[in-house]
Design a protein around this ligand. Structure first.
Ligand SMILES: Nc1ncnc2c1ncn2[C@@H]1O[C@H](COP(=O)(O)OP(=O)(O)OP(=O)(O)O)[C@@H](O)[C@H]1O
Ligand SMILES: [Mg+2]
Length: 275
C-alpha cells in the first residue's frame, strides 16, 4: 500500500550557533492511509515541530517530507495543499469568535469548489456528526471547551482531508470531555477512514489509537502497534516504577498469562516469574 506520510531524515534546527536547538533529528517515518497514531514524549521532544512539518506549516532544515504523494518542498501553492489535504486540530482551537459554529466550520471551504448550498449542507452534516447539530448558530463564547473542540474537529474535516493532525486536542479538557473527543476521532478513523496523528501526554488517551510513536530529543525512540488492551496494560505496568518493583521482585505471579503475553513481559522486563 502507498504511504500517506513519509519523512526521510527529517531534521529541524531552530536558531544558529551555540543557541541552536535540534527539534527534529533525522526522523524517518511512514504512515499508511487509515492509520490512527499517537505521538507521545516529554515536553520539548519535538512533537509539535513534527506535526508542523507534516502540515507544511514550517519548513525543514534538511530531509524530505512527502504527504499524499507530494514532496512538500516542491509544492507551489502551499495554502491550497493545506486546505485540501490537511485538517488541523490544536489545543487552542483558534475559532473565530465573531462567527457562529457553522460559519467557523465553513471557513476552510471558502475558495474551494462548493456552492453556498453545498457549504451549508456540509457544515450542518459535520456539526451533526460531531454532536453539535443543535448548537450550529452558537458563538464560540457560548460553547463549552469540549464543544468548541468539536467545532474545531468539524472544521478540520470540512474539505475531507486525507490527513488530520491534532496537537493535544484533549489537553485543555476535563477527562470526560477528553474521552468523548478521542471517541469521536476514533469513530472518524473507523467510519470515514481518516488518517489521524494525535499528540498527547496522556497514556490513556493514546490507548484509543492503534499505534504509538514515542519521541525523545527530536528522535523516534519507540514505534509500536497497539495490541490488545491487556498487552498495553502490561506495557504500562512494566514502564511504571511500581510495576517494575512488583514484577522485578517476584511479587506478581504470571501463570495466568498466555505464552505470547509472557514473551512480551519477558522482553519488557527481562524475566518472568512462574508460580
Ligand atoms: N520557533 C521556535 N524557535 C526556537 N526554538 C523552538 C521553536 N519552536 C520549538 N522550539 C524548540 O524546539 C524543541 C521542540 O519543540 P516542540 O514544540 O516541538 O516540543 P513538543 O514536544 O511539542 O513539547 P510540548 O509537549 O511542551 O508541546 C524545544 O526545545 C523547543 O524549545
Ligand atoms: Mg507541543
Amino acid at each position: 500500500m502507498d504511504t500517506l506520510i513519509r519523512t526521510i531524515d527529517l531534521t529541524k534546527t531552530y536558531g544558529t550557533g551555540e543557541t541552536a536547538v535540534k527539534a527534529l533529528d533525522a526522523v524517518t517515518l511512514s504512515v499508511l492511509p487509515g492509520e490512527f497514531v499517537a505521538v507521545m514524549g516529554p515536553s520539548g521532544c519535538g512533537k509539535s515541530t513534527l506535526l508542523n512539518m507534516l502540515g507544511a506549516l514550517d519548513q525543514p532544515t534538511s530531509g524530505e517530507v512527502w504527504v499524499a504523494g507530494e514532496n512538500l518542498a516542491r509544492i507551489k501553492d502551499v495554502d491550497t495543499f493545506r486546505a485540501r489535504t490537511v485538517g488541523f486540530v490544536f489545543q487552542l482551537h483558534n475559532l473565530i469568535p465573531t462567527l457562529t459554529a457553522q460559519e467557523n466550520v465553513e471557513v476552510p471551504m471558502q475558495g474551494q469548489d462548493y456552492s453556498r448550498k453545498q457549504r451549508l449542507e456540509r457544515t450542518a452534516h459535520l456539526l451533526e456528526l460531531t454532536g453539535l447539530g443543535d448548537r450550529m448558530q452558537a458563538l464560540p463564547s457560548q460553547l463549552s471547551g469540549g464543544q468548541r473542540q468539536r467545532v474545531a474537529i468539524a472544521r478540520a474535516l470540512a474539505n475531507s482531508p486525507a490527513l488530520i493532525l491534532a496537537d493535544e486536542p484533549t489537553g485543555s479538557l476535563d477527562s470526560q470531555s477528553g474521552e468523548e473527543i478521542m471517541a469521536l476521532l476514533a469513530d472518524l478513523n473507523h467510519s470515514q477512514g481518516a488518517t489521524i496523528l494525535v499528540v498527547t501526554h496522556d497514556r490513556r488517551v493514546a490507548q484509543s489509537t492503534r499505534r504509538i510513536l514515542l519521541m525523545k530529543d527530536g528522535r523516534i525512540v519507540d514505534d509500536h502497534l497497539l495490541g490488545d488492551p491487556f498487552e498495553e496494560d502490561l506495557r504500562t505496568l512494566a514502564a511504571s516504577r511500581l510495576g517494575q518493583a512488583l514484577l522485578g521482585h517476584n511479587h506478581l505471579t504470571v501463570d495466568y498469562l498466555d505464552p505470547a503475553q509472557k514473551a512480551l513481559l519477558q522482553s519488557l522486563l527481562g524475566k518472568v516469574t512462574e508460580s
